[in-house]
Design a protein around this ligand. Sequence first.
Ligand code: KIV
Length: 276
Amino acid sequence: MYTHLQLRDSARPPVSLATLHKMKADGEKIASLTCYDASFAVLVDEADADLVLVGDSLGMVIQGHDTTVPVTMDDMVYHCRAVSRGLHRPLLMADLPFASYPTKDIALANSVRLMQEGGAEIVKLESGPSQLEIVEFLATHDIAVCAHLGLKPQSVHKTGGFRVQGRSDDAAERMLQNAIDLEAAGADMILLECIPTSLGQKITEALRVPVIGIGAGPHTDGQILVLYDVLGITTGRQPRFVLNCMAEAGDNLTAMRQFVQAVKAGSYPAPEHCFD
Ligand code: KIV
């Protein structure tokens, strides 16, 4: 009864949180990409990504908005369900979008939607001290949770832009303490966006749970990028952490494989992708 998933393809058993914990313990890097539809999901799986995020970045790269703020729960469920149909091996994470977790009960109801209707296995929410109780509530209801710290795109209208976070000693200390508190509250994973390399290293070393970085330096347990950036589809000014693998690869699957291999080998991120 409990083995049917593993038996689907025993050479490539599905990634679980336990797999990611073991990877952290063994020093094996976790390679992760965002994804928004079934066709790309098949390729991301084939490329051997460990973790796939249906990110609310879909508001920008799929829907053409300037921010992630307009993304709704219905949008997230729709794209997550499509991605889940294409995946076998990677763990599937989905974002709780802007204003979908104002209270513990609403956060729980929306997480359940992402899991039951969308097929998500872990939910991610942009976090800080105000989300501690929500993370704890979700954890006690058997929801796997990733807390997103650093640059939080859903707060962009409040914070005034997409900027590197945690640069001052005070801000770095607060973020480290936040991460420790979120882990204690039951977060199963932490995602760090756009912070200095030294802070990415400190937080990763302070936590037992896997830490995934985007623009957080080479010392996090894993790396994630927006798929369309890796495939060179995104136009305009790119953040410095972006790696366009399409330039050399020539086709989608090869580009995704190159990204996964660069993460595993530790050649991505290089110093030019990181912040001081
Ligand atoms: O929405 C998203 O794609 C994300 C990544 C940038 C990590 O949160």
